[in-house]
Design a protein around this ligand. Structure first.
Ligand code: NDP
Length: 460
């Protein structure tokens, strides 16, 4: 008789947990998964997927403006938020069902309830009781971080609630300058909400290439979003006209909704990992090695709960690598270098590799190729929107080490650029690629002149 009830117990049915559970079960292992909310995790239920649907919904306002320039008259266009939400929720329920079926088809068991680790091999699931397993995988993800000490913080929402607002506000204040703040500012502004983004730093999107940061902030401003920099909330009060955001610099701003997007924290609270001796870092993340193994030999963790690179495809690859290593006899480490990502701001960002500043720090001398231009489609319609494309080249090896794009379909373009850059493409090889015409992307392979900044793009 087997020593344990299961070969693998996975806590958390999000992107990373489901991938690992499915693959392990398909190898013939006995797998049990516990999930306290809905199957699919942050990405499917309250992250990437509903967010992208909201981006699509909000982009119509811009399309309607452009349509006019192409001869269309669009009358009585109005946005029905409750109708959209209902359709969005239907789609999320469908996708969650697909995840459940994928687990079932692979032969993994699924329990709904909060799991608590009792010791290195025993997990208790609320409402179901205890089970033992040879290996445990922690894949509980992250959750929005809220500044608990801020007076009036209880009046603010996080991105979790933004997906379910009963009505669309007239005005919203969004705090933060990262992925979520910038994406939701574009969403709400596109839906016609008077949108203010407040960020404590000198520019949004810290960590991204400086030219990208400045370009996105300018484009947001051009689309009517008020971008307020170098201050932050000191308090939120309830006033007769709505919520009053009071800022550290003495200014204030009224809105019906205040949303905080000030980062996310690993979700390990109440999991009982300490009882099993699992080491957590200061933010509560599970500390793991290159194979996602914690300090306890039979416990692993993947995805946002490890606070490495908090992106869905990364969690999936970490879960996959874990299953390959432990259930298929193929020791596999996921390589966290040169991972592309998209920010679904409006216009969106696609980025891979090093920013100019990081490349200068790493390589010393770098060559920059950069272009800003008006896309044919929007320029024809009389819009002033601009694209930005930038290549960062290590001067010594002549390899492209960074590619950064702001403009329509930037996230689609960057996926393909990432293939070449991950392979170590040289600028000469890149240039040998013939353009596809007429596209935006052709500008990327026709960048011949080295760019010398003239006081532009050097944001702090
Ligand atoms: P980010 O870490 O991207 O940004 C957090 C923002 O909040 C930063 O601008 C930060 O400022 C600011 N901030 C942090 N603490 C405070 C504070 N105490 N007071 C005021 N401002 C503060 O977090 P998000 O919440 O936007 O997103 C979380 C993560 O989720 C992302 O990093 C990303 O990994 C992932 N994600 C990915 C998406 C995608 O791939 N498209 C979409 C959404 C999320 P400062 O810069 O000064 O530190």
């Amino acid at each position: 008789m087997a020593q344990y009830d299961y070969d693998l117990f996975v806590i958390g049915a999000g992107s990373g947990g489901v991938r690992a559970a499915r693959l392990a079960a398909l190898s013939g292992a006995r797998v049990l998964v516990a999930e306290e909310h809905r199957v699919g995790g942050t990405c499917v239920i309250r992250g990437c997927v509903p967010k992208k649907l909201m981006v699509y919904a909000s982009e119509f306002s811009q399309s309607f403006k452009t349509a006019h320039g192409f001869g269309w008259t669009i009358e009585n266009a109005r946005f029905d938020w409750p109708a959209f939400l209902a359709e969005k929720d239907k789609e999320i329920a469908r996708l969650s069902g697909v995840y459940v079926r994928n687990l079932e088809n692979a032969g993994a068991g699924l329990l709904h309830g909060k799991a608590r680790v009792l010791d290195a091999h025993t997990v208790d699931v609320a409402g179901h009781g205890k089970a033992t397993a040879e290996k445990l995988l922690i894949a509980t993800g992250g959750r929005p971080w809220m500044p608990a000490q801020l007076p009036g913080v209880e009046h603010a929402i996080s991105s979790n609630e933004a997906f379910h607002l009963e009505e669309l506000p007239e005005r919203i204040v969004i705090a933060g300058g990262g992925y979520i703040a910038v994406e939701f500012a574009g969403i709400f502004a596109g839906m016609g909400v008077d949108t203010t983004l407040v960020h404590r730093g000198p520019n949004i999107l810290r960590g991204f290439d400086d030219d990208i940061r400045t370009h996105v902030a300018e484009e947001m401003g051009r689309r009517g979003i008020k971008v307020v920099l170098a201050t932050q909330h000191a308090a939120i009060e309830k006033g007769p006209g709505g919520l009053v955001s009071r800022f550290a610099d003495g200014h204030h701003c009224e809105s019906e909704v205040v949303m905080f997007a000030l980062g996310r924290e690993p979700y390990t609270e109440g999991l009982g990992l300490e009882t099993a001796g699992v080491k957590l870092d200061a933010r509560g993340a599970v500390v793991v090695d290159d194979y996602s193994r914690s300090n306890v030999e039979n416990i692993w963790a993947v995805g946002d709960v490890t606070d490495r690179l908090n992106l869905t495809p990364v969690a999936i690859r970490e879960g996959h690598a874990f299953a390959d290593t432990e259930f298929y006899g193929r020791p596999t480490r996921f390589d966290h270098e040169t991972v592309a990502s998209g920010v679904f701001s409006q216009p969106p960002v696609g980025t891979v590799g090093l920013s100019e500043a990081d490349a200068r720090h790493k390589y010393g001398k770098v060559d920059i190729y950069l272009t800003r231009f008006r896309p044919m489609k929007t320029a024809f319609a009389g819009d002033d929107e601009r694209c930005l494309m930038k290549l960062v080249v290590d001067a010594a090896s002549e390899r492209i080490v960074g590619c950064h794009i702001v403009g329509p379909e930037a996230a689609e373009m960057i996926q393909m650029a990432a293939v070449a850059i991950k392979m170590g493409v040289s600028k000469a090889q890149w240039d040998a690629t013939c353009a596809v015409h007429p596209t935006l992307a052709e500008e990327l392979v026709t960048l011949r002149e080295k760019y010398v900044a003239q006081g532009l793009g050097q944001a702090a």
